[in-house]
Design a binder for this molecule. Structure first.
Ligand code: BGC
Length: 531
């Protein structure tokens, strides 16, 4: 499967309010279809005060007026289906907005019917929060409610209270939400941060991260939360109860469950969360790291494929709305951005399972530099300037070389500034140039679909040194050897006799006798003899 992730606020604005919307997506559906992907995942567009730009939901069953109406969504869904595209909705079911009526009722007193729908706890005798848990977005993970005279738990912003998913009525209400959208015809759900839904019921402290232990891939290194081992604040095994109920529901519709699985030991956790009765697929953060690191990538992919549940697959990604764009991450050492963008794409498309592209990846967009006075991401604002947050990967899609917002909107002031560096990479510019990254993306997607070896999960990661990563992908009919140089200097790689370089899918490489010469940031595909 190939997924294209749409961040609706920044994709296409149809009504000149500076915020992308569902009609905008509808307008651009044929562009997405032409890429060759089969599925779109749309980040949240339901009602929300937008404190976390949609990941704080105040009504799960209605469209936020900024994005359009339910009718607009139905039209989009029908048109996507007519064009043979599946639609996955982002569902934020581990927390909601503090504006959601369920939370408003819950916080009103300790006796109401939703009193236990969230995680409430008394203060310690000295008035401090019940334990040391930290929020992902800065500060402690407990907020004081003056009416209830208790703390409530929030994994993210204070305005995103975490549900008490152990309460059967909460899960029932969420399953109703799922049913609502499945009845409408959506093809599946992306479950937001599903590892954050169940914490230790005894609320025990998180221990300090042992010295030398790597930080989980979904947390930036320089924030206090990275110093904790989140072994008690998330990932409790009761998560499985919820996943199994969700799977029973989606099975009735043949719909897909794709879970965002992060936190400590995300690959083992993904294996646990997937399978016939749980998620179909786990979205992993493991390749969304700051630098391309051949050794750790090779190990990650090998480990992921080895440990995965056999009835499931991984959904790999190199960019999304939460991390610095891959073009910039992979060109930090001074490599040409275009090389980084294309090598990353070829790498992503060579992996087993599903690959999920993020809007703009097909254009090779670099991260935008959003000045402090234009920043809006609360995560970035909390840790600036050490960590600039997520605005830089969320700026408007450049549709056109002209116009103050590059064809994204007819207003001059979109919600995040248009990135001037994106102008020369706009869709209309790349459409006119068959050598562009956009055309490269379309060719590579079509090529991936035509390779028998890339349809299943046959993978053998080879031992390599330095910045080289090499693996074989195979099925009964075909064996392909992929060799990537992720470094900033050129490198050589010895290939087996009779290996044939596949020119149409290789970038920046030459084959001299039995050796490949790979420039900095490049990738080679070779056909090997099948046994
Ligand atoms: C989403 C983020 C969001 C967070 C809280 C994440 O995993 O991708 O964008 O801020 O969950 O909902």
């Amino acid at each position: 499967m190939l997924i294209y992730q749409i961040y609706p606020r920044s994709f296409k604005d149809s009504n000149a309010d500076g915020i992308g919307d569902l009609k905008g997506i509808l307008e651009k559906l044929s562009y997405i279809v032409r890429l060759g992907v089969d599925t779109i995942w749309i980040s949240p567009f339901v009602k929300s005060p937008q404190k976390d730009f949609g990941y704080d939901v105040s009504d799960y069953c209605d469209v936020d007026p900024r994005f359009g109406t339910l009718q607009d969504f139905k039209q989009l869904l029908n048109e996507a289906h007519r064009q043979k595209l599946k639609v996955i909705m982002d569902q934020v079911w581990c927390h909601c907005s503090d504006q959601h009526p369920w939370f408003i009722e819950s916080r009103s007193n300790t006796k109401n019917s939703k009193a236990d729908w969230f995680i409430w706890a008394d203060a310690r005798p000295d008035g401090t929060p019940p334990n040391n848990w930290l929020s992902y977005f800065g500060g402690g993970a407990w907020a004081w409610d003056t009416t209830r005279q208790q703390y409530y738990f929030h994994q993210f912003l204070e305005s995103q209270p975490t549900f008490n998913l152990r309460h059967p009525d909460v899960r029932k209400a969420i399953l109703q939400v799922g049913k609502f959208w499945l009845d409408m015809g959506v093809d599946g759900f992306r479950l937001d941060a599903i590892h954050t839904g169940f914490a230790d019921p005894a609320l025990r402290n998180n221990p300090a991260r042992p010295k030398g232990m790597a930080v989980a891939p979904d947390v930036p290194k320089d924030i206090p939360q990275a110093r904790q081992l989140r072994s008690n604040s998330e990932g409790h095994k009761d998560t499985l109860i919820f996943l199994e109920e969700l799977r029973k529901l989606t099975n009735r519709y043949g719909a897909l469950l794709l879970g965002e699985v992060g936190g400590e030991n995300p690959l083992e956790r993904a294996a646990l969360y997937t399978g016939k009765k749980r998620l179909h697929m786990a979205y992993t953060f493991s390749l969304l790291k700051s630098k391309p690191d051949a050794a750790s990538f090779a190990q990650t992919v090998a480990q992921a494929e080895e440990t995965k549940n056999k009835d499931s697959q991984f959904c790999y990604a190199l960019s999304n709305h939460d991390v610095k764009r891959v073009t910039s991450r992979w060109s930090e050492a001074g490599v040409k951005q275009e090389y980084a963008a294309r090598t990353a794409l070829l790498f992503g498309l060579s992996l087993p399972g599903t690959y999920c592209m993020y809007q703009g990846e097909e254009l090779g967009l670099p991260e935008a530099d959003v000045p402090f006075d234009k920043m809006v991401d609360p995560f970035g604002l909390a840790f600036y300037p050490k960590f600039k947050g997520r605005d830089g990967c969320r700026t408007p899609m450049p549709w056109s070389r002209i116009g103050s917002s590059g064809g994204f909107s007819s207003t001059r002031n979109p919600w995040l500034p248009f990135c001037e560096d994106h102008r020369a990479l706009a869709v209309d510019v790349q459409e006119r140039n068959k050598a562009s990254t956009l055309y490269f993306t379309r060719r590579m997607i079509a090529w991936r679909k035509a390779q028998p070896a890339l349809q299943g999960d046959g993978l053998r990661v080879l031992k390599t040194k330095g910045d080289i990563i090499a693996f074989e992908r195979f099925d009964k009919k075909q064996r392909l050897l992929f060799v990537f140089n992720l470094g900033d200097t050129s490198a050589n790689y010895k290939i087996p006799a009779k290996a044939e370089l596949c020119d149409e899918a290789s970038i920046g490489v030459q084959c001299v006798k039995n050796s490949l010469i790979l420039r900095a940031m490049s990738g080679a595909v070779l056909t090997l003899k099948t046994h």
